[in-house]
Design a protein around this ligand. Structure first.
Ligand code: BDR
Ligand code: CA
Length: 311
């Protein structure tokens, strides 16, 4: 089994990623840490608990982490995700508790308590919590099995500015800490996630599961796709964050390159850009596996098969 901590800012696509992880027997979720991103922290920590309950897993420990980026004011994305961050389905308020411990403390303690190289961090939002953990406890860098994150772009460039993807743009200093930390990193950028679109047929298939989770996912993507359809004329909602979990489950669905990736933190124009040396023009260290291709048919087959296991 792959033992993971999910760091997240739900977000409809974060929600689908959490559901995919909780539906997969190969994965053990040690805890979920919420971060401010798509919506403020008060909503992301609540949404994380709503999603665990939707999956029938009120036993999962959910922690609140940082409520703002390391240096900058928070930028949110209600224009994509709606006022609650999880607009679409009508889901009950969570009854399960929020843990008392800070999410960053949970990340540090977990990495110190578990055997070296046994815990994978899955980052689905701005990288604030993970960077703060690395700053507080630099010893954890060498204990992380891998950081698998959704963020950045190369050929697909940006979605929040012309040059930057949302998760990296919101906290570029945190991203720079993470990309410089020395742990193995896998990046699922827009180049991958814009290839996994919830077309009408795929959305109908989720709804046709007839389960609480299947119907909720269909309603989430119904809402979430409005933005991308209107903005980019795409065929449906891109399922950004679930690619992180799918990469853990079936890495051979994806194609990528081990390359150097650096984060722009100084320019106003290109702040948060992931400068990815795809063509290996420099001899800078190859710090990340940067994914560019995905077999979308097999991705959706995997996702549907797993969602069908949930209540
Ligand atoms: C990323 O930003 C958020 O809107 C999504 O949840 C995803 O993590 C895509 O750029
Ligand atoms: Ca997210």
């Amino acid at each position: 089994t792959t033992r993971i901590v999910i760091d997240t800012d739900p977000g409809q696509d974060d929600a689908v990623a959490i559901l995919l992880a909780l539906a997969s027997p190969e994965i053990e979720v040690l805890g979920v840490t919420a971060v401010a991103g798509n919506v403020p922290l008060a909503l992301t920590q609540k949404n994380a608990r709503i999603v665990c309950e939707l999956a029938g897993r009120p036993d999962i420990a959910v922690f609140a982490g940082c409520d703002r980026p390391m240096l900058r004011p928070l930028v949110t994305a209600e224009h994509v995700h709606g006022r609650t961050g999880l607009d679409g389905p009508v889901l009950p308020d969570p009854a399960m508790p929020l843990q008392d411990m800070h999410g960053v403390d949970f990340i540090v303690r977990t990495l110190r308590a578990e055997p070296e190289g046994s815990v994978t961090l899955c980052a689905l939002g701005p990288l604030t919590n993970i960077a703060m953990a690395l700053r507080m406890a630099p010893d954890i860098a060498g204990r992380i099995a891998r950081i698998v994150l959704m963020g950045g772009a190369y050929f697909e460039v940006g979605n929040i500015t012309p040059a930057a993807e949302f998760n990296i743009f919101v906290d570029p200093e945190a991203a720079a800490v993470v990309f410089g930390c020395g742990a193995p990193i896998t990046v699922l950028p827009l180049d991958a996630t814009h290839k996994v679109l919830v077309t009408k047929a795929r959305n109908d298939a989720f709804r046709a599961l007839g389960t609480r989770a299947g119907i909720a996912v269909a309603e989430m993507t119904d809402f979430f796709e409005r933005f991308d359809k209107a903005k980019y004329g795409s065929d449906g909602a891109p399922l950004h964050d679930p690619t992180v979990i799918a990469w853990l489950l079936e890495p051979d669905l994806f194609a990528g390159r081990q390359i150097n990736v650096e984060i722009e933190t100084r320019s106003d124009l290109t702040l948060g850009m992931t400068v990815a040396d795809w063509w290996q023009i420099t001899d800078r260290p190859r710090n990340a596996l940067f994914v560019g291709g995905v077999d979308d048919e097999r991705f959706f087959a995997l996702l549907s098969e797993r969602l069908a296991r949930l209540p």
